[in-house]
Design a protein around this ligand. Structure first.
Ligand code: ZN
Length: 325
């Protein structure tokens, strides 16, 4: 009995080491034995993430996030430059059948929304901010409203008012057979650029629960790159979903803010690509590395928990063996 229990523990240990070695050998066989591949594999192995990663690498289940392809952003009150140019490609991507899940987001504001310039007089501005900015406030200015903590907001023209033509998805876009739709910016007092959370990082739209455990990564397309597309990509990375913006299927409000958003996305571990490049990337090391880096970043804070859990399991095993003896 004693021998059997000890042998079992030993076998479990050996099995886990063998599986790890097999994955490492296969990965090196596929991606080459470079320093980057080796160090990534050993970091994944140290955090017990090798098998999770390998499963993601071999079974891609990408999700597609189509952001705010609504009339007001295309040819309405807040038209994004060249927005019409991406519609055909967006439809091609939606129809590609490459995605496990397709989710459309809609900016969906009540008439008293805080982001509308027309509602500026409805709320008190932060006195300290106003003192430093005493001049006339214009459309597209960034203001700070009185709140604890003070709330920063860009003032936009009225747009995407709930149940109006402006908030409808553009008529050239057809949903696939199975599609989800999420609404954002529905709270009068806070804006929501990201399709996951509001600008305060709260107000979960429900998108996370639709995709979190069902996709290996997301591709983000639509409008506008420097605000909603970018913020959605940043939030995806933040909650551990590897995310890629396709620049040929998205457009920004302004060149400067688009550049700085793309830089922020890259700095946060997200990828910036194009539809043809992304499609060709599924077998590449760059995709595998993106998955690995996102896993490692998300589990960074859990490292001590892993060590703690492993130690407890080992101790309990010893106690069981000692007790049986
Ligand atoms: Zn909006």
């Amino acid at each position: 009995m004693i021998l059997k229990m000890e042998s079992l523990l030993l076998l479990c240990g050996l099995f886990s080491i063998t599986v790890c070695e097999d994955i490492m050998n296969e990965a090196i066989g596929r991606f080459g034995e470079t320093e980057e591949v080796s160090s990534t594999l050993s970091m994944l192995s140290n955090k017990n993430l090798l098998d999770v990663w390998w499963n993601q690498v071999n079974n891609p289940k990408p999700g597609l996030l189509v952001i705010d392809l609504q009339n007001d952003f295309i040819n309405g009150s807040l038209a994004v430059p060249e927005a019409e140019d991406i519609l055909e490609l967006c439809q091609e991507i939606i129809d590609s059948k490459m995605f496990t899940k397709t989710i459309f987001s809609k900016d969906w504001h009540p008439s008293d929304h805080i982001s509308f310039f027309s509602n500026l007089g409805e709320r008190e501005l932060d006195p300290a901010w106003r003192e430093k900015h005493p001049g006339e406030i214009k459309m597209f200015d960034e203001v700070v409203f009185a709140r604890d903590p003070p709330y920063t907001q860009v003032l936009w023209p009225d747009h995407c008012l709930q149940d109006t033509e402006g908030s409808e998805i553009h008529s050239s876009i057809n949903y696939p057979f199975l599609a989800f739709e999420i609404l954002k910016g529905t709270d009068s007092d806070i804006d929501s650029y990201s399709a996951f959370f509001d600008n305060g990082g709260n107000g979960d739209t429900g998108l996370q629960s639709i995709i979190k455990d069902f996709v290996t990564e997301v591709v983000v397309i639509g409008l506008a790159t420097d605000y909603c597309v970018g913020s959605t990509t940043l939030d995806a990375q933040k909650i551990g979903i590897p995310a890629t913006i396709l620049t040929d299927a998205s457009r920004g409000v302004a060149a400067e803010t688009t550049e700085s958003m793309l830089a922020r996305v890259k700095a946060a571990g997200g990828q910036v690509s194009t539809w043809p490049d992304w499609r060709d990337s599924l077998e590449t090391w760059s995709r595998a590395k993106h998955l690995a880096d996102t896993l490692l970043a998300t589990h960074q804070h859990n490292h001590s928990t892993h060590i703690y859990t492993s130690t407890i399991i080992l101790l309990v095993s010893y106690i069981i063996v000692a007790f049986i003896r």
